[in-house]
Design a protein around this ligand. Structure first.
Ligand code: COA
Length: 330
């Protein structure tokens, strides 16, 4: 076991200002505000402007995390960016962010684990610091899901939004209690069919036919994903706590992936958590993929709901299928 422990030095997030409300959807597809609120908990989501791209928001979230930490961009050695909506196939969004924020001494790359991407990034970033080879690592997640959402498909279009979040990780001082204590990650590629964007890759590159078949949009089998999600959240949280010899009673704040309030409520009930112990942003931002966890964490920190000494569990799931959890002492 390494004697170096990684901790969060600063958090940041960035969201578009443009709001798309449930009422707006009533004019776009056959749906109602009431259906969306009762089935998902979402009231509105944020949508980026046409000329913007994912790296614009990730860069802003990273700058805010650096500012909160009081660390200059030039000291960052690695930038990890989780995204399924990169600015383009390559260069990586993390490379564009490295330039945008002036992190001239940083290596950078993207990681693809859909909505679990931030949890994968945190686990990797912390491991790099624990190895002793890296000091400051920016772990970011950003997606403009509006770019791959089919606004003619009512079963998916009401769910998704745009945004980005980031944390700066660095080494804890020896002896201090704060730090990333444990993580647990998993995947099951046999479930890839439940949530995917089939077009644009090497199997179905962009053609007139792929566009006509609407393959460049996210496709989801909602009820299959729902069932997997609740179990993944509960099992993964129990696993990460079990590794620490802890139980649900040790949780001060749960920061779950924001996909559906019913999934969050089901997991929270299983752990006997009160509403103030669960970070919820889904009503105002919808599902922003991997960025939903760092956005909710950043808000909880800035609003004083996540305080020094708290045990915070981040937990999520997503396409792949993938899932994961991270336990942190703030
Ligand atoms: N407005 C009105 N009706 C809608 C609708 C909408 N926006 N979307 C779907 N419906 C309809 C369906 O067509 C279906 O009608 P039918 O019974 O006549 O066929 C009915 O509502 C019920 O659909 P169903 O899919 O069973 O609803 P649900 O209660 O499972 O809720 C989801 C659908 C998508 C909200 C829910 O399954 C879910 O959240 N799944 C998990 C999604 C997720 O976590 N995704 C992200 C992973 S990172």
């Amino acid at each position: 076991m390494s004697t170096i422990r990684a901790k969060i030095l600063g958090t940041g997030s960035a969201l578009p200002t443009k709001v798309l409300s449930n009422k707006d959807f009533e004019h776009m597809v056959d749906t109602t505000d009431e259906w969306i609120v009762t089935r998902t908990g979402i009231r509105e989501r944020r949508i980026a402007e046409p000329e913007e791209a994912t790296s614009d928001y990730v860069a802003r979230a990273c700058e805010r995390a650096l500012e909160a930490a009081g660390v200059p961009a030039s000291e960052v050695e690695m930038i990890l960016c989780a995204t399924v909506t990169p600015d383009m196939m390559f260069p990586a969004t993390a490379n564009l962010v490295q330039d945008a924020i002036g992190a001239k001494n940083a290596a950078s790359f993207d990681l693809s684990a859909a909505c679990s991407g931030f949890l994968y990034g945190m686990s990797l970033g912390a491991s790099l610091i624990e190895s002793g080879r890296y000091r400051y690592v920016l772990v970011a997640a950003g997606d403009l899901l509006s770019r791959i959402t089919d606004y003619e498909d009512r079963s998916t279009c009401v769910l998704f939004g745009d945004g980005a979040g980031a944390v700066l990780l660095g080494p804890a001082t020896p002896g201090e209690t704060a730090g990333l204590l444990s993580f647990s990650l998993g995947s099951d590629g046999s479930g890839g069919k439940y949530l995917q964007m089939p077009g644009g890759g090497s199997r179905r590159p962009a053609t007139h036919e792929s566009v006509d078949e609407r393959l460049h949009f996210l496709k989801m089998q909602g009820s299959e994903t729902f069932k997997f999600a609740v179990n993944a959240m509960v099992d993964s949280t129990e696993k990460v706590l079990g590794q620490l010899g802890m139980t649900n009673e040790d949780i001060d704040l749960l920061v779950p992936h924001q996909a559906n309030i019913r999934i969050i409520d089901a997991a929270s009930r299983r752990f006997g958590l009160r509403s103030e112990q669960v970070a919820v942003t889904i009503h105002k931002y919808g599902n922003t993929s991997a960025s939903s966890i760092p956005i909710a964490l950043d808000e909880a920190v800035r609003e004083g709901r996540a305080k020094a000494g708290d045990l915070v569990v981040l937990v999520g799931f997503g396409g792949g299928l993938t899932w994961g959890s991270v336990a942190i002492r703030l």
